[in-house]
Design a protein around this ligand. Structure first.
Ligand SMILES: Cc1ncc(COP(=O)(O)O)c(C=O)c1O
Length: 354
């Protein structure tokens, strides 16, 4: 049993209307913190009013980038039950990432107790309405203050909550993405397969430039500038006439929980899903020959996001006339119906709030 000390806020905030939420703009009233110190273990598990945390200016996270995070969602189902979507998946990904980042992963019961207790305390922050959820952001950072490059002997585990609406602002329209050929996100042997803050630092400049030019995300290529990796915050799927392809997890791509769920769903329908290397040449040919029927990104934030346009080498490739395709529509409906409780959870993806 994990002992969690709870201090409730004396100034609860007003919850914004669902239509104003957007993504990641608001935070609930409380946060969960727990601390690890080498030789002493985990302690100080607590729920506190959401707010600033005191940090040593020499903390490893500020200088050597020891930061790793997760993203998952909680929903209030149609019968009022609060549920999480695949929290064990996020826990295991965080544990693997922590190992790569030389951070201490919390034990499973600490992670789950913090998650359940915090969401219980801040339940009123779960928004209601289509495309809304309570986004959960568990994070690990190295907090020991020292200079000199080595792993921090202290890790802070935090969970914060953000009520969210649609990720791409303009509702759920297919997005345009920019194929990036000047910058790469991650190289073999690097941090690409884990959810390290550093990957996002590397992505900010190209992603921001793409955004300024009207593209919602960047499509990342491999170091050879041909193999497709993933989109900014999503894995990617291409629906060809004879097969559905998603890039294989090659060590520099983040293995998404939504990607994994979509693969399971497609397999359960006996659809020809293949995880393999796929190149821009193949996608270009697919568009030209009309063999490529749909492309979509998958991620916790947007669930499924169809790609209506792909910019590549001075060309704007239009996919499925810039509209939602049949498969993207069906998969989106299926996953969101399992999340809302409208469809049975045959895959065991849903965990009820304790
Ligand atoms: C780089 C990157 N790839 C893929 C994903 C999709 O992962 P998931 O489906 O677990 O949200 C995300 C989102 O978290 C991401 O940031």
């Amino acid at each position: 049993m994990i002992k969690i000390t709870t201090t409730l806020t004396k100034t609860p905030k007003e919850m914004p209307p669902a239509s104003k939420l957007g993504f990641g703009n608001y935070f609930s009233d409380h946060m969960f913190l727990a601390k690890f110190v080498e030789g002493q273990g985990w302690s100080d598990s607590q729920i506190l009013p959401y707010g600033p945390i005191p940090m040593d200016p020499a903390a490893a996270v500020f200088h050597y980038g020891q930061a790793l995070f997760e993203g998952m969602k909680a929903f209030r189902q149609e019968n009022g039950q609060v549920v999480f979507f695949r929290p064990e998946f996020n826990y295991h990904r965080m544990k693997e990432g922590a190992e790569r980042m030389c951070l201490e992963a919390p034990p499973l019961d600490l992670f789950m107790s913090g998650l359940h207790e915090l969401v219980k305390v801040d339940q009123r922050w779960i928004p209601q309405g289509p495309n809304t959820a309570l986004y959960v952001r568990p994070t690990l950072i190295g907090t020991e203050g020292f200079l000199g490059v080595r792993p921090s002997k202290e890790t802070l585990f935090m969970i914060i909550l953000s009520p969210v609406g649609s990720y791409y602002g303009e509702g759920n329209k297919p997005i345009n993405i920019w194929t990036e050929e000047n910058y790469i996100r991650a190289a073999p042997g690097g941090l690409g397969a884990v959810k390290a803050g550093a990957n996002y630092a590397a992505s900010l400049k190209p992603a921001w430039e793409a955004k300024k030019n009207g593209y919602a995300q960047v499509l990342w290529l491999n170091v050879d500038q041909q193999g497709i990796e993933e989109a900014g915050t999503m894995n990617i799927f291409f629906v060809f006439k004879n097969e559905i392809v998603t890039p294989a997890l090659n060590g520099s791509i983040l293995g998404g929980g939504t990607r994994d769920a979509i693969i399971q769903l497609l397999k359960s329908k006996n659809l020809p899903i293949v995880e393999r290397r796929i190149t821009m040449t193949e996608v270009l040919k697919g568009v030209q020959s009309k063999n490529l029927l749909e492309a979509f990104g998958t991620g916790t934030a947007a669930v499924i996001s169809p790609i209506g346009g792909l910019h590549y080498r001075n060309q704007n490739l239009v996919i499925n006339e810039g509209e939602w395709g049949q498969l993207s529509t069906d998969l989106y409906k299926e996953i969101t119906s399992i999340q809302s409780g409208a469809m049975p959870d045959q895959f065991n993806w849903i965990t009820a709030l304790k």
